[in-house]
Design a protein around this ligand. Structure first.
Ligand code: FE
Ligand code: FE
Ligand code: ZN
Length: 306
């Protein structure tokens, strides 16, 4: 069965219970959460997250914990040139992995890091060193670290399959390393997701191994191939298009792998700053039906005026 969902929020008094409710409201059977704001590292204690109630609600709805994905905050940088900041990233990622295990999830997505000005080689060496420490710190935990394929904006490491392979091969015990394959990022990095996904996967398989993919991020892109931009677009409204993304989502090789949407919220026609409509229910439905509805965003926008 297709495993598909979106990122959902973890907030308010309901915390993880609210995340599960949000996922269910989109008819999702998978979801991704940040354990706090993605742009900072302040975190609520695990006792406040209402994990048990969330698990109960998941059980009642046949939602499996193996389909829950955590995303590490993107401000954390294992490749930072400053040793103190690198140590902070190692410590924080260690605590995020512990939190992931307590939540009951099996994987945490990580942006490998940005080398700033030192060059990719030094950046990648720092990432390997950091991952070695984090893996050692959490060796008793059954949590995968899924390295995300990056768009290559700024000085991001992991912008091609060679760099992902280099990191994975460099880490001493890489049995807990996997890959989060982001369609917008790989397209922006120059891979032909729109025109020839099979050859892209062949190349990935040769360099990294396709069995290493433990989660997909399914996003259309606001930019053409090779733009190195990383701006997500709603499904069917960008440069990748519905048919190509549908091929990824329903690909026979990856049926059991969770697919997570990170597409933008839709804004009402008369109030473009008001991000009130997450389009995930409709986008998930299109992938389940394998049929694009070009009026979908208009329908969502109109809801506001009723
Ligand atoms: Fe990400
Ligand atoms: Fe992503
Ligand atoms: Zn992105």
């Amino acid at each position: 069965m297709l495993k598909i969902g979106s990122h959902v929020s973890l907030k308010g008094s309901e915390m993880m219970l609210g995340s599960v409710k949000e996922a269910l409201s989109y008819n999702a059977n998978s979801f991704m959460i940040y354990t706090g704001a993605p742009q900072n590292t302040r975190r609520r204690p695990i006792e406040d997250l209402r994990v048990e109630e969330a698990h109960q609600l998941m059980k009642e709805n046949n939602l499996d914990l193996s389909n829950v994905v955590i995303h590490a905050p993107y401000v954390m940088n294992l490749a930072n040139g400053d040793p103190e900041k690198r140590q902070f990233a190692v410590d924080f990622l260690t605590s995020e992995i512990k939190r992931t295990a307590l939540i009951g999830a099996k994987q945490i997505v990580l942006h490998p890091g940005a080398h700033v000005k030192q060059g990719a080689d030094i950046g990648i060496a720092f990432i390997i060193e950091g991952l070695d420490k984090v893996i050692e710190n959490t060796k008793e935990l059954d949590v995968l670290i899924a390295l995300e394929t990056m768009a290559g904006k700024g000085t991001e490491c992991g912008r091609n399959f060679e760099e992902i392979a280099e990191i994975m091969n460099g880490v001493k015990d890489n049995s807990r390393l996997s890959v989060c394959f982001d369609t917008c990022h790989t397209h922006d990095a120059g891979y032909k997701i729109r025109d020839d996904f099979d050859s892209v996967i062949e190349e990935f398989d040769r360099l990294v191994g396709k069995e290493k993919i433990s989660v997909f991020h399914i996003n259309d892109s606001k930019n053409d191939i090779s733009a190195s931009k990383d701006r997500h677009e709603n499904i069917g409204f960008g440069y990748i298009g519905f048919d190509a993304l549908n091929k990824v989502v329903n690909h026979p090789d990856f049926m059991d792998i969770p697919k997570i949407l990170e597409t933008p919220y839709v804004t009402p026609v008369d109030d473009p700053k008001n991000r009130i409509y997450p389009p995930y229910k409709e986008e998930i439905e299109m992938f389940r039906n394998q049929k694009f509805d070009p009026e979908i965003l208009d329908k969502i926008r109109k809801k506001d005026t009723i």
